[in-house]
Design a protein around this ligand. Sequence first.
Ligand code: ATP
Ligand code: MG
Ligand code: MG
Length: 423
Amino acid sequence: SYRKGGYHAVRIGDPFAGGRYIAQRKLGWGQFSTVWLAYDTQSSKYVALKIQKSAQQFAQAALHEIEVLSSIADGDPSNSKCVVRLIDHFKHTGPNGQHLCMVLEFLGDSLLRLIRFNRYKGIELNKVREICKCILMGLDYLHRELGIIHTDLKPENILLFSTIDPTKDPIRSGLTPTLERPEGGTLNGGSTMNIIEKKLKRRARRAVANISVRRASMGGGGEAPKSARCLDGIDVRCKVVDFGNACWADKPFAEEIQTRQYRAPEVVLRSGYSCSVDMWSFACTAFELATGDMMFAPKSGQGFSDDEDHLALMMELLGKMPRKIAIGGARSKDYFDRHGDLKRIRRLKFWPLDRLLVEKYKFSESDAREFAEFLCPLLDFSPEKRPTAQQCLQHPWLNLRSSGQNEMQGQSNVDVGMRNLQI
Ligand code: ATP
Ligand code: MG
Ligand code: MG
């Protein structure tokens, strides 16, 4: 993909936007871009630099993402709504063409990594509640105040961040303390500003920070870097990212939206969609956080497609789909007969959510009942019956505290570690 029209190759120390941003190390990548940790010499802060592939269709997608991110930033001057903040954007020309670049606030590891670090055993319910509150605050802002549907909500697109102000407490915030202002003005030759600039850039090249997750019991070994420090007990929050597929609720443009496992039934059936598709994905994400397993992992089989398997899995967990909804979509005839029964998957094995939580995931009866009561309304087959993010924020489950640890959750922990890699 590193060819004309594709990714831009970056080396550590590369300057962007006339030297304002200095590349530090790669944070991640997707189908559209590579994302780099960069040092912003103007604000003396770390930022995430998303460098889009250069071909026309990627540039178009980036312009759309910038438009969405700009309205998100405009409506949230205090940056408190649990959605990633766009700081700047510019064009960068390289050997593979012209790349649109987005400068985003620097966030930590994704919830997917958090799930992996907990060895797919699920995260303690009290932590799940805190994470759910953040996601819901982000969704409430997007849906109610801006009329934006994210359309790709999933653990990978929710990033952790630390709430500690790095200027006040650089070590605990996860940022290296190497960025103190250099003493200037005494050296011969060159302007003071120039010297400070150069020093800052040199330091920035060496100092790299991250907000990372790791298991407490690893004690610095395993996948966690040796220098990682356990920041247990810190209020960890998260933000929604990746607005490349987001759309305005009054003009949805793509028919097929969402990543398969987080896709709502009305999208599978092509019955039209609205903000409530994000609520479905949110419920799938909350389940995955608490159990470590995807709620629905459909596969095609002998004589049936992954779509039909998906519909079967939904009904096995949530009960039969009302006939009117089952036969109401443009694709309904492919999967359902006129009675509202699946054509090729005839025998369903019902396993309701609260029983599944007790029997497979060893939740206590009360934890299972309460969590199922929270999730099930979000998984209503009729989209307009699902609670909105605003209504969901009022749900008592979010303010419960469970004391008893489940067997499956004994190992779970959210740790924010500090990585201080020297390059
Ligand atoms: P996709 O194929 O998922 O659409 P994309 O090219 O649009 O990918 P993103 O999903 O925005 O790219 O980002 C890719 C990865 O970069 C993320 O999964 C994450 O690991 C990392 N990343 C993105 N934004 C940030 C940020 N603000 N802070 C830290 N890391 C980030
Ligand atoms: Mg992504
Ligand atoms: Mg994207």
